[in-house]
Design a protein. Structure first.
Length: 495
């Protein structure tokens, strides 16, 4: 299999075998060609060199619907749901049930939707619009949509990137049931630990080529990483720079009232301090209020937010995103595609979005300045581009994330808010982002990091806060924290 984009090859003569009743882990850095391969198999890319054989017969699909009709179904890393439609409408889109009169069978579709959501322990009315769900809940709906199909080959692209540990275990039990029924599963994940838990075989891609294949239990984490990156990632990711005693931000009694239910709070009376050069980790389970805390600080919900915020010992008022940017705050959001990028625009255009004044001359965007700004961060973040003017929607997830980070670094922030900054990113790109975070902290920037991965929070943070049910239930210096303490705080409600 080979596939090129504007003369740059994303895949080069890759052979891969997928066996029924087995989970094949497809491993590689962002930009290695994993998603391109999956898009060919599932009919998203119809123009390629090579052959796809299903049950020994050559097949060729013009679109994903044709692939699905042959039993090949994909669960995308970047959600493909339609925001304004309900859960049920998304689940049955293109495969609607009809009654004997030829009308849509809404009761039947609602019933089946409830059954699927029940399998995934998602207690939500199936008539709820997708845009009312958090990213993790949307991920579960995406999974439910794939389970609705009678698939021979199920492709899972980072299915656990936005769901909780308990939901991961539930998903794994469903995968084991499908495997027992003879379904062939292609599983992409950058979480090597979970691959050893669920996968039988592995296929490693690097720079569009196959560099290793075999039985997963016959290899090790270290060997897989060496095959993936082909370079030394270095040792510890802890930074050595000391945290300043000088406060860069102080938050007192922050409340964020739920716009849908004013008797509840999404952030409930939270107070903390952030110092120059400090990396403050925010831990907690899904729905604990972590993302909402960052959104409140960034001025996204001024009508529903109350509390006192001080920056460099001066009380400030943040009533809009414009206010937050002017005060030196940047936010890398949880959902990079929906909230962080304009997908049809190129890398340089996205990089300059939050700081257009810097690239304007006489009121017009100076393309040369814009390109120079973008190139600075392409080199700084080691962003891999097939072509310099490529639209960001054609980049891998990890390289898209680097563009979002570049956009906010271009504003020269004092405080950087990072919501799941390594979600769906390979080990090589993670190491690069960790290094960048430590460099920025070493320069005196205050950084707040939300992450669902406790080992990540423990590894990069100087101080860790834990939220549970919108309240602050734990505060730990790094040297005193461990996974058990963080999880205990995440499961309790502060008295």
């Amino acid at each position: 299999m080979s596939k090129d984009f504007s003369g740059v090859y994303a895949l080069k003569n890759v052979d891969m075998q997928v066996l029924p009743g087995m989970v094949t882990a497809v491993i590689g850095e962002n930009g290695a060609g994993k998603s391109t391969m999956m898009k060919i198999i599932s009919g998203i890319h119809s123009d390629y060199e090579g052959e796809v054989l299903l049950d020994g017969e050559v097949v060729s699909f013009k679109n994903p619907k044709e692939a699905a009709e042959k039993g090949i179904v994909i669960i995308h890393q970047e959600l493909s749901l339609i925001p304004n439609l309900s859960i049920t409408e998304n689940l049955f889109l293109g495969k609607e049930l009809t009654n004997s009169w030829g009308f849509l069978d809404y009761p039947g579709m609602y019933k089946k939707s409830r059954e699927l959501l029940g399998m995934l322990k998602l207690d939500i009315d199936p008539r709820t619009a997708i845009n009312q769900l958090r990213v993790g809940q949307q991920q579960l709906v995406e999974i439910a949509s794939a389970l609705l199909m009678d698939s021979k080959v199920l492709i899972m692209d980072e299915p656990t990137s936005a769901i909780s540990d308990s939901e991961v275990e539930l998903l794994f039990s469903i995968i084991r049931e499908l495997r027992a029924k003879g379904v062939a599963i292609l599983y992409i994940s950058h979480k090597l630990g979970e691959l050893f838990n669920i996968a039988d075989r592995f296929e490693v891609l690097r720079d569009g080529e196959s560099v290793g294949t075999g039985i997963l239990q016959d290899t090790s984490h270290t060997k897989l990483i060496q095959m993936m990156v082909g370079r030394d990632l270095g040792g510890s990711i802890r930074k050595t720079a000391s945290v300043s005693r000088e406060e860069i931000m102080k938050v007192e009694n922050l409340f964020f009232q739920n716009p849908e239910n004013t008797s509840n709070y999404l952030v409930n009376n939270v107070s903390f301090s952030l110092h120059k050069g400090e990396i403050l980790g925010i831990a907690g389970l899904m729905g604990a209020g972590r993302s909402e805390l960052l959104e409140a600080l960034f001025g996204l919900h001024p009508k529903h937010t109350n509390g006192d915020i001080y920056i460099e010992n001066k009380k400030v008022t943040i009533r809009s995103v414009k206010d937050a940017i002017a005060l030196g705050i940047g936010l890398v959001p949880e959902d990079r595609q929906l909230q962080g990028l304009i997908l049809h625009m190129d890398v340089s255009q996205n990089t300059s979005l939050a700081n257009l004044k810097q690239v304007c001359s006489h009121g017009l965007i100076n393309k040369k300045k814009e390109n120079l700004l973008s190139q600075q961060y392409i080199e700084k973040l080691n962003t891999r581009l097939p072509a310099p003017d490529i639209a960001v929607q054609k980049l891998s997830g990890g390289n898209q994330q680097k563009v979002v980070i570049a956009k906010w670094l271009a504003t020269n922030p004092k405080i950087l808010l990072l919501d799941e900054p390594t979600r769906g990113i390979d080990v090589g790109a993670k190491a690069e982002i960790y290094k960048l975070i430590h460099e920025l902290a070493g320069q005196g920037m205050g950084i707040i990091v939300v992450s669902s991965e406790l080992p990540e929070i423990l590894a990069i943070s100087d101080h860790i806060l834990v939220l549970s049910e919108s309240k602050l239930t734990g505060s730990f210096v790094q040297s005193e924290a461990n996974e058990e303490k963080l999880m205990h705080a995440a499961l309790m409600e502060k008295e």
